[in-house]
Write a protein that binds this ligand. Structure first.
Ligand code: ADP
Ligand code: MG
Length: 590
């Protein structure tokens, strides 16, 4: 039994009209993962110790959640699937003081309205399990059968009667990724409960009940997380926080690997995530993010969970104080773990280059710019356009459009254009080119490994690999299954003049999985290409052969309507027109 479940089960009752009105309205059923979330929350509220989720077709064809919780009395089955009927609130009581995950009495009804639902339940003191079927939103018969105490909810043909919704969903493999991630979030919010996820292909995720948060975190974040992870514990205004965070030297590429929970409920909170990031300050290069799990226990009267229909976000009263407190606790834990912690005040998030260097981890975007370097240096450069080095790109008029003059600090390329000087950002330009290659269906360069690397991927990573095989292939990684639970990496992208490390695959998978929010398909394809391009692109500080730069400039020039920004919107180049130079040097035009 988990601590947050109420000790005694109330009967299911209809909520009063006033209470219904005060409940945050909105869609709770968006996709298989949201159905799984609602059903698992019900299992947790029923005190389950173990939950099994089965999926067919990523949950679109069929999904089932079974628990060993305290069940639903046969007499209450009709009410359970009725809207606004719940056992978790007193009929007219305050919705502010909720100890359970659910309280709206709406999930089963909402699922029953968009799918075929069957509920089979046996309270511990009943001899037999009894069930109810729901079709088209109304009860469609009762049945009975043998079952161990607990509840099984089966959902078939999700959105069969709302084709517009169904069209919005992604492939079965991608919906499955979301289900895995949802279970991981729930597990990390309450690792005393164990989960098993079974699909057509067998058990694909096993999350056993853990007594330590560190064990649970390593289960989800991978064994490497444990290296250098450190404990966090401290007081917050109106509560406290405990958890485990990853070493600054092992950051994530996205913010999705920091798992936050408030009172046993997984939440997303940008302000709280920013507070944690701020505590790491310059010990971690940007743009990189902390990993780990933090549990906040906050007094119920300071917490409003009724702000979001799926209860994904919560409101904390005195939120700023909690953020400040969290940042302080995490920073102290970092120091205690003997990591280089930022010494400056609370404005720890400084992008200043010197500080990043002092910590021994140069941030790529922060290479210092000597103010006087541009013109003197380029004078010393060798002439462009040697034979075999297509430094000059012939434009339609026959005149070179971008002619390489030189580069500055392995960061900026200086070129002559038909009307002056152009300064090109090495990373942005390279990123844009790779992005275009990927969008055009091209593949990035790869290098075969003489000795394949055996990988043990987490369940989430395996699901992401299944869902994004095409993108992974295009990025240059070649990976194949190798026995149960193992994969073999046979090739890696070769970029920036060197081989990508094997761990780059995990980073990419998590980024791909993290981008799986519902969006227009086009947007999503472009976003994925942008993720890959960003990983593969030249960085500031990468020293590149002159001929390579010239090739890249040529390719840039050949892009249709010569884009001016990288996929993230940073500029690729700035121009200094001849006319402006002339004005600066007080020459009359001509
Ligand atoms: P809510 O969780 O907000 O009360 P739901 O529609 O999800 O609303 O569930 C309605 C009611 O059905 C719950 O209040 C609970 O009494 C009962 N119930 C649902 N699922 C389970 C379960 N797995 N085990 C025990 N009771 C359940
Ligand atoms: Mg519920």
């Amino acid at each position: 039994m988990n601590a947050a479940a109420p000790t005694e089960r109330r009967r299911i009752r209809r909520l009063s009209a006033e209470t219904v009105e005060r409940i945050a309205a909105g869609e709770v059923v968006e996709r298989p993962a949201s159905v799984v979330k609602e059903l698992v929350e019900n299992a947790l509220d029923a005190g389950a110790a173990s939950v099994v989720v089965r999926l067919a077709g990523g949950g679109l064809d069929r999904l089932e959640v079974s628990d060993d919780g305290d069940g639903i009395p046969a007499a209450e089955l009709e009410l359970a699937v009725e809207p606004h009927a719940t056992s978790k609130l007193p009929p007219a009581g305050p919705i502010e003081e909720i100890a359970t995950l659910g309280f709206r009495g709406e999930a089963l009804a909402a699922i029953g309205a968009v799918a075929r639902l069957r509920l089979l339940s046996r309270p511990p003191d009943a001899e037999l399990a009894e069930g109810i079927a729901v079709a088209g939103g109304s009860p469609a018969g009762r049945f009975a059968g043998p079952r161990a105490p607990g509840t099984t909810v089966t959902v078939e043909e999700l959105f069969y009667n709302t084709p517009a919704r169904r069209k919005f969903l992604r492939s079965a493999a991608r919906e499955q990724v979301e289900v895995v991630r949802t279970l991981e979030r729930l597990y990390l919010a309450r690792p005393s409960v164990s989960y098993r996820l079974v699909t057509e292909g067998g058990t694909i995720a096993e999350l056993p009940a853990a007594t330590s948060l560190a064990d649970a975190a390593a289960r989800v974040l991978g064994a490497g997380f444990a290296e250098g992870a450190f404990p966090v514990a401290g007081e917050l205004p109106g509560g406290r926080v405990v958890g485990t965070l990853g070493a600054p030297s092992r950051p994530a590429a996205t913010s999705t690997e920091l798992y936050l929970a408030v009172n046993g409920r997984p939440i997303v909170s940008r302000p709280l995530a920013l507070a944690v990031r701020a505590a790491y300050g310059d010990t971690m290069p940007r743009p990189r993010f902390p990993t780990g799990v933090l549990h906040l226990e906050i007094a119920r009267d300071r917490l409003d969970v009724n702000v979001h229909p799926t209860k994904r976000e919560v409101r904390l009263s005195g939120g700023r104080d909690v953020e400040d407190g969290l940042r302080r606790v995490v920073r102290e834990a970092l120091v205690a773990a003997d990591r280089p912690a930022p010494l400056r005040g609370s404005a720890a998030v400084s992008p200043r280059a010197g500080d990043a260097r002092a910590s021994g981890r140069p941030a790529e975007a922060n290479v210092p710019r000597p103010a006087s370097a541009v013109l003197p240096r380029q004078r010393t450069l060798e002439p462009p356009a040697r034979a075999g080095a297509p430094a000059v790109v012939a434009a339609a008029a026959g005149r070179p459009r971008l002619e390489l003059l030189g580069s500055l600090d392995a960061l900026y390329w200086i070129a002559a254009s038909d009307d002056g000087l152009v300064v090109v950002d090495q990373h942005a330009a390279s990123e844009r080119l790779l992005f275009e290659t990927l969008l055009g269906g091209g593949r990035l360069a790869r290098q075969s490994l003489v000795e394949p690397v055996i990988l043990r991927l987490t369940a989430g990573d395996r699901a992401a690999l299944a869902a994004h095989a095409a993108e992974v292939g295009a990025s240059g990684f070649a990976v194949e299954e190798f026995g149960p639970g193992s994969h073999r990496l046979t090739a890696v992208p070769s970029y920036r003049g060197r081989r990508a490390p094997a761990e780059g695959l995990v980073e990419l998978l998590r980024e791909l999985a993290g981008g799986g929010r519902p969006t227009l398909p086009d947007g999503l394809v472009a976003r994925r290409a942008a993720s890959i391009a960003c990983h593969a692109a030249l960085r500031a500080g990468d020293v590149v052969e002159r001929t390579t730069i010239a090739d890249l400039l040529g390719a840039l020039d050949r892009l249709p309507d010569r884009p001016r920004s990288c996929p993230h919107g940073r500029p690729i180049m700035v121009s200094l027109p001849r006319a402006r130079l002339d004005r600066w040097f007080l020459r009359s035009p001509g």
